[in-house]
Design a protein around this ligand. Structure first.
Ligand SMILES: [Zn+2]
Length: 283
């Protein structure tokens, strides 16, 4: 047994410091993460950090989707190195994840998620996933993922960074419970602009990407391990350094989610969401 294996097998393992959160009053079984499956749609500036952090936390399965190869312009972001240029992003990140934590099962699909050959793959992955993470900056593809999640009542941790790279938002979507991506684009005009603003990211700061993606992962851990309060919609302004959170609700005329109904049997695994539903009934 080499030194590294010896350390892995000692009573202090790679999750010791993560489990220590229970010392501060949170009743969490960290090992439950090993059973969880997460889909990451897009491994650009947000997705690479999401994949990295979830792997270090010990997530069971990651399924990565992306159609791009690594370019020079991606090197300002975390995760990619000059020697990766020209290789599919999903393959580069898959290899990284396997080296970071060999216990994580990583699947990767390189191609356009809206193409006829990839659509069935992402459809099945979303059906099997516990949570879907948004890492795409392409508006039609984002709407496509939103629709799939709405249809399968899957939690989508939506997020985006503005074209200036100086603001962003995180919006965990619980279909039928709060606003979906289409609702948020129609309820508030400003959000419509925000959603479209991530279609083409002219500027990109690794700092803003890390802040937004880390909040996505934080909310995911809270949902999967059931601790704390999960945000509904959070906006971040790098210029003022301010965060704002607020509640959303589904738009009754939303073309994506207006026909979705939720009841006791939905979201069984997420007490957070059941709490929101119960509070709504009381009101
Ligand atoms: Zn909607």
């Amino acid at each position: 047994m080499n030194q590294r294996e010896s350390k892995e097998n000692s009573c202090e393992d790679r999750y010791t410091r993560l489990r220590a959160i229970t010392d501060f009053g949170y009743n969490i079984t960290w090992e439950e993460l090993k059973e969880k499956k997460v889909v990451i749609a897009g491994v650009g500036g947000l997705g690479v950090i999401i994949a990295n952090q979830l792997a270090r936390c010990g997530i069971g399965t990651l399924h990565l989707f992306d159609m791009d190869t690594v370019q020079n312009v991606n090197l300002n972001r975390m995760g990619y190195k000059p020697e990766d240029i020209g290789n599919p992003k999903v393959e580069v990140i898959s290899e990284q994840i396997k080296r970071i934590n060999p216990h994580v099962e990583v699947k990767s699909t390189h191609g356009d998620i809206m193409s006829w050959d990839i659509e069935p793959i992402i459809e099945e992955a979303i059906q099997k996933a516990d949570i879907v993470m948004m890492g795409l900056d392409n508006y039609p593809a984002r709407m496509f993922v939103n629709l799939k999640c709405v249809r399968h009542k899957k939690v989508l941790i939506n997020a985006g960074v503005s074209r200036s790279a100086l603001s962003g938002f995180v919006h965990p979507i619980f279909p039928g419970v709060n606003a979906c991506l289409t609702c948020s684009a129609t309820i508030r005009g400003s959000n419509s602009n925000k959603e479209r603003s991530v279609e083409r990211c002219n500027a990109s700061l690794p700092t803003t990407m890390a802040i937004i993606s880390s909040i996505q992962v934080q909310e995911t851990l809270k949902l999967l391990l059931d601790f704390g309060d999960v945000i509904d919609y959070l906006s971040y302004n790098a210029i003022t350094g301010q965060f704002h959170t607020f509640k959303t609700k589904p738009d009754e005329n939303c073309q994506s989610c207006k026909d979705i109904t939720v009841d006791e049997s939905d979201y069984q695994q997420f007490p957070h969401i059941k709490k929101i539903l119960n509070n709504r009934k009381i009101k």
